[in-house]
Design a protein around this ligand. Structure first.
Ligand code: CP
Ligand code: NVA
Length: 301
């Protein structure tokens, strides 16, 4: 059966643990200049309907390091932009390449691609999920804390794709997730309900101080995601009390700060915090490469 990564819920806890362990090994090998090449002769198509720095480059570099090659399909450059059905695209790509990474708007597009593909489909971000980012963030947390069990993870700001993926991660792993989002900007209600129904330690509120108090990890993200550019000005006002700054971080003096990037210094996070000693964002960005290599090796190798 072809496996896909559309959301973190496509993986079991054991599979996540395996991938995290392998990602650590691949990171060590990479730093010694000893990359294994399980993707030799394999090709990955990269369909991007939104901009990207990290996701595109970490996937393309990772594929090359594993011995494979990639084909980048920029926004508007496939026939899907001229209404060729997603299903037909999936059928054709399945005859040419060995895997697809896709960044787009609707989660349903990624799901439709996967339904009609005989090759693995990896979600490189949709409006609803960003699984590769959060899975590699778990790697960064493990590097800093050893074990995720018992950690308090805070999410401050928009209940966006990243927040949703954090909730799905909390369904599998033993950390508590405390979210503080302004009213009307909560994460996906169905995902929250699913997490709470299965007893995951996911707590949704509106108070950033309560969310970060005593946390080991404080997370934030942009206030207007890709595709929400027109709402940006209005959101600036709504989200002001949700800035991650030194005042807020007094409540979490031992925490690391994560941000998937790109960041807007002076909006969701101050320069002082992003560029300060609590920030783990550069390791976090690096770990995209290593985690995704583990994922590619597992799905395609
Ligand atoms: N964090 C992340 O996905 O960054 P890009 O948008 O640059 O890919
Ligand atoms: N929430 C952001 C994440 C960018 C990596 C967005 O979707 O634009």
């Amino acid at each position: 059966m072809t496996r896909h990564l559309l959301t973190i819920l496509d993986l079991s806890r054991e599979e996540i643990e395996h991938l995290l362990a392998r990602a650590r090994e691949l990171k060590a090998l990479h730093h010694r200049g000893q990359n294994p090449t399980p993707l030799t002769g394999k090709t990955v198509a990269m369909i991007f309907d939104k901009p990207s720095t990290r996701t595109r480059v970490s996937f393309e570099a990772g594929i090359a390091q594993l011995g494979g090659s990639s084909i980048y399909l920029a926004p508007g450059q496939t026939q899907m932009s001229r209404n060729e059905p997603v299903a037909d695209t999936a059928r054709v790509l399945s005859r040419y390449v060995d895997g697809v990474v896709v960044r787009t708007f609707a989660q349903e597009t990624v799901a439709e691609l996967a339904r009609h593909s005989t090759i693995p489909v990896i979600n490189g971000l949709t409006d609803t999920h960003h699984p590769c980012q959060v899975l590699s963030d778990l790697m960064t947390m493990e590097e800093r804390f050893g074990d995720l069990t018992g950690l308090k993870v805070a999410w401050v700001g928009d209940g966006n794709n990243m927040a949703n993926s954090w909730i799905t991660a909390a369904m599998h792993l033993d950390f508590a997730l405390h979210l503080a989002c302004p009213p009307g900007y909560e994460p996906d209600a169905a995902i929250v309900a699913q997490a709470q129904a299965q007893g995951a330690r996911v707590y949704l509120g509106q108070d950033p101080i309560a969310a970060v108090a005593g946390a080991q990890v404080v997370n934030t993200d942009v206030w207007a995601s890709m595709g929400q550019e027109e709402e940006a000005a209005a959101r600036l006002e709504v989200f002001k009390p949700y800035q991650v700054n030194s005042q807020l971080m007094k409540n979490a003096p031992e925490a690391i700060v994560l941000h998937c990037l790109p960041a807007h210094r002076g909006e969701e996070i101050t320069a002082e915090i992003l560029d300060g000693p609590q920030s783990a964002v550069w390791d976090q960005a690096e770990n995209r490469l290593h985690f995704q290599k583990a994922l590619l090796e597992w799905l395609l190798g």
